[in-house]
Design a protein around this ligand. Sequence first.
Ligand code: NAI
Length: 346
Amino acid sequence: MKKIAFFDTKPYDCLFFDKYGSSYDIKFFQNKLNEDTVVLASGFDGVIAFVNDNISKNIIEHLYESGVRVIALRSAGYNNVDFHAAFEKLTVLRVPAYSPHAVAEHAMALLLSLNRKIHKAYNRTRDFDFRLNGFVGFDLYGKTVGVIGTGKIGRCFTDICKGFSMRVLAYDPYPAKDSGLEYVELNKLFAESNIISLHCPLTEVTHHIINKESINRMKDGVYIINTSRGQLIDSSQLLESMQDGKIGAAALDVYEEESDYFFEDFSQTIIKDDILSLLVSLPNVILTSHQAFLTREALENIAKTTIQNLDEYFSDGSLTNEICYLCKTNDVGSNCEKRKKGERCF
Ligand code: NAI
C-alpha cells in the first residue's frame, strides 16, 4: 500500500478522504507543509497538499531526497508550487474543477451581504436593536459588474449576475468562445464597473492587478470582490483607497498574507498584520477565511479527484490532471492544446 502524507488536515477533509482513500495508507498531519514540517514526509511515496502549503524549491528538494515523487494538490490554484524546481523531480497533480458553483455562489453571497449590510444587521438584531440607519444598499438590477477571468468560476459568476439582470463586462486574454459575453479592455472594465469581481489565477501578470493605478481608473464607490487569490490585490493600496472613500466596499475570501492566519484560530492573539487588522475593522469590509470552496459537493469532488489522480500516477501514468510545466511558464494554463489532447508538452 502506497504511503501518502496529507498536510494541513481539517476535520472536514477526513470525512471524504476516509471514504475514497482506503486503498492508500494516508497519514493525516494537521501541520502545514513548510521548512519545519517537511521532515514528516520522509519515507512517504506521495504528498497531498493544499493552498497555503509551501511547495518552494527547498521543500521540493527535501521531499525528493526523502523519496516523495508526487504531489497531489487538493486545489485548483497552484501558485504555491515552484515548477522550475519540481521539473523532472516531482509530478504535480491538481483538482482542476471541484465546484465552480461553490466559489461563484460565495462571491455573490459576499456581494449581497456587503451591499445589503447583512453582516451588520445580523449583529444589530441579536442585540434587539431594530434600527435601519446605515443600511441603505442599491439594486443590483441594471448595475455593471466587471468580471476578470471567465474560466469555470468566472462563467458561473457571470451566469448568476445575468440572473440578477446585471450588465456584465468581461476581461480575459483567452475569451470564452460563443459565451455571448461582452469582452472589453481592462481599462474600460475598470472605468465602467460598479462592482469588480476577480476570477483569474495568480500569475506574474495578474499579481497586484488591483493596484493604485487601476484603482484610480475605477468609479468612485466601486465594490471589489476577491474570491480568487489574495495577491491579485495590493492590500495596502486597497486599505488606503477604502480609507479615503474611493472604494465603496470590499469582500475578500482571500488575502495577500493569508497563509500566516487563515484556517486557524487567532481570537486570543494580538494580530501583528496591521493591514489585515485595519481591513477587518472597517464596516464596509467582509472577510471570509478562504471558504468559498467549502461545500459538501466540492469536498467530495476534491477527495474523489485527488485519489483518482494518485491512482493514475501509481498505475497507468495517464496523469489527466498533471500541471503542465511548459504551459505554466508560458502562462496559458488550461488552454494548452497538447494537454487537451491528452499529450504532454514536456
Ligand atoms: P480557470 O482556469 O477555469 O479560469 C481562469 C481564467 O482566468 C481563464 O479563463 C484564463 O484565461 C483567465 N486568465 C488567465 N490570465 C488572466 C489575466 N491576466 N487576466 C484575466 N484573466 C486571466 O480557473 P477557475 O477554476 O475558474 O478558478 C479561478 C481561480 O479561482 C483559481 O486560479 C483560484 O485562484 C481561485 N479559486 C479560489 C477558491 C476559493 O476557495 N476561494 C477555490 C477555487 C479556485
